[in-house]
Design a protein around this ligand. Structure first.
Ligand code: NAD
Length: 475
């Protein structure tokens, strides 16, 4: 752990193993943090508030640029640990994730420098009113394991840029990535206490940092269940919650099916399906249904499963046993209710780990099956057939999730119909649900379980700062 500018073991003296999901071998031992450690991290962040708040925006931006430079210099070693700790293919996914993260830090540094303050027009002729952004103070940041380099930086970059200090708890199954990332911040000269890394179990150290009285606000990406728990524990604090999705993808009869099915397969199988914006259910019109399935099965056949470090590999193992078991359950549920496996359908043997899962396409899926109700997070493309645009929309919207949707059509009017009526934070037209860039406002629709607030570009800078107003009387 890294607390108050020093590397430190757990106060309880215990460690836990980092397991390579492709081999099931322990690749490192990490500090099992206690509530006391988490409390010390928040106190260290509290003590460093003035240092960060007093740094100019230009100085904070330069700090982020130095971190980006250190990360770029360590590009290959960061990608390697990301591949070994998380399971994603080194060449096709881990290197690009490091590149995206470096680029994101640089964009954040640039965007922070160009924030503007506002003069507010009021009725009183003697008043001058000025609104501007200030740091909130200590941020609790809790992050998941699916993009363990990029997602933490989506909070840490803007959080520091706006002058906050941070206590950060990463996911237990990708903690080694977090340690390597923290080393980059140390090397870049981050002031002691500005960023503190607490490793260990979420219900212990994560819970402690979000509910701690010295924590001003919380940034969290993870499951809706943990998000709800955090919202209760942090009641009254500003929250930025990026939660799950169950990406509905609608393929209309007039779509370019070949292009659609290749893109959909990419969004269902990338990172072995472990993306909040993955295509997790495909809703096809009657004339599109068979052709979409054919395209998905062909795309699944082109994937190369194997060691994440092999340059030819495009599909690695799932990250952990829980997500593999959930994928098993969802497939079994659909088969018990009459769906059919068109390819894959179970774990892959012969790769040295039970976490490898065959890319799977399931047909004759019905709205009452788990695939349509609950996020799966595995390499599965379940296809539902529906008869009209209204029926497709109704199935897509009858969901507790509302993160990203995708619709494929050549008809502008139908594209607008779905774009305006799909109940998700983002709708991608003729693009997969997984398309994303760092400055797109990303987040769930209100009233769903997909989260609260928007991440991305200027939006995170606003979300991670307070709006302060000063009124001058000249009378
Ligand atoms: P998770 O909720 O199990 O864990 C996320 C983090 O929360 C981990 O660091 C964990 O240690 C911590 N945690 C667990 N219990 C806690 C508690 N009681 N108090 C505080 N912290 C606690 O989620 P996960 O399995 O790591 O990630 C997968 C989920 O994340 C999926 O639902 C996925 O859709 C979602 N996700 C969303 C986005 C987005 O931007 N919307 C991006 C990536 C992942």
């Amino acid at each position: 752990m890294y607390i108050g500018g020093r590397w430190t073991p757990s106060s309880g003296g215990e460690v836990f193993g980092a397991i390579n999901p492709a081999t099931t071998k322990v690749i490192a031992h990490l500090a099992l943090g206690t509530r006391e450690d988490a409390g010390r991290a928040v106190e260290a962040a509290w003590a460093a508030r003035a240092v960060m708040a007093q740094m100019t925006v230009a100085e904070r931006a330069r700090l982020l640029l130095r971190v980006a430079d250190v990360m770029e210099a360590r590009r290959e070693s960061l990608a390697r640990v990301l591949s070994e700790d998380q399971g994603k293919p080194y060449h096709s996914e881990a290197l690009p994730e490091v590149d995206v993260a470096v680029n994101g830090l640089r964009e954040t540094a640039g965007a922070a420098k160009f924030l503007e303050s506002t003069g507010v027009t009021v009725a009183d002729p003697n008043k001058r009113v000025w609104s501007f952004r200030q740091p909130r103070g200590v941020y609790a940041v809790v992050t998941p394991w699916n993009f363990p380099i990029n997602i933490p930086l989506e909070y840490i970059g803007p959080g520091l840029a706006m002058g906050n200090t941070i206590a950060w708890v990463p996911a237990p199954t990708t903690t080694l990535c977090a340690v390597r990332l923290m080393e980059c911040f140390v090397e870049a000269g981050t002031p002691p206490g500005a960023l503190n890394l607490v490793t260990g179990m979420g219900p212990v150290v994560g819970n402690e940092i979000v509910k701690h009285p010295l924590t001003a606000a919380v940034g969290f990406t993870g499951s809706p269940q943990t998000g709800r728990h955090i919202a209760r524990e942090a009641a009254g604090k500003p929250l930025l919650l990026e939660l799950g999705g169950n990406g509905p993808t609608i393929v209309l009869d007039d779509a370019d099916i070949e292009r659609a099915s290749a893109a959909i397969a990419g969004a269902s199988f990338f990172n072995a399906g472990q993306i909040c914006s993955a295509t997790e259910r495909i809703l096809a019109g009657p004339a599109a249904y068979e052709a979409v399935i054919e395209g998905l099965v062909a795309a699944a056949g082109r994937l190369r499963m194997g060691s994440p470090l092999d340059p030819a590999t495009t599909l690695g193992p799932l990250n952990n046993a829980d997500v593999a078991a959930k994928t098993d359950r969802h497939i079994a549920d659909s088969l018990a209710r009459g769906a059919v496996v068109l390819c894959g359908g179970s774990r892959a043997t012969g790769h040295g780990s039970p976490l490898f899962y065959q890319p799977t396409v399931i047909g004759q899926v019905r709205p009452e099956m788990e695939f349509n109700i609950e996020e799966t997070f595995g390499p599965v493309a379940p296809v539902i057939r529906a008869n009209s645009d209204e029926e497709l929309l109704a199935i897509a919207n009858n969901s507790r999730y509302g993160l990203v949707a995708s619709v494929w059509t050549k008809d502008l009017k139908r594209a607008f119909y779905f774009g305006e009526h799909l109940r998700t934070g983002i709708v991608n037209v003729n693009e997969s649900s997984a398309y994303w860039e760092t400055n797109i406002p990303f987040g769930g629709m209100s009233g769903t379980q997909s989260g609260l607030g928007r991440l991305g570009g200027r939006h995170t800078l606003d979300a991670m700062s307070d709006l302060k107003t000063v009124v001058f009387d000249l009378g």
